[in-house]
Design a protein around this ligand. Sequence first.
Ligand SMILES: [Zn+2]
Length: 112
Amino acid sequence: MSADHPVGTSVRDAVEQKFCYRCGASIPLDATACPTCGAPQAPVYPRKNKVIAAVLAFLFGSFGAHRFYLGQIGWGLLYLVFFWTVIPGIVAIIEGIIYLATSDEAFARKYG
Ligand SMILES: [Zn+2]
């Protein structure tokens, strides 16, 4: 274990980096353990569940249910107003597929 941690030494890696909760070292976003101190890194837990969002999109997407779930009230209302055009329903199915194809980490960053 080293006492000095190279925090912030690499600016170019800043985007896809997170910080070890134990030693504060900058580590890759998808690292499962800290390379500096070996502490296991908990994944980012999404507060919104992408599977629930996808199911809502498939079942009630025409009414913008998945948008309301994700806290996007404005979008939800837009879907609700135009549900009779069928377009929101089609868009919602595509969005549901996108939600499922998005990694938990990326989903958490975008909607969490
Ligand atoms: Zn560490």
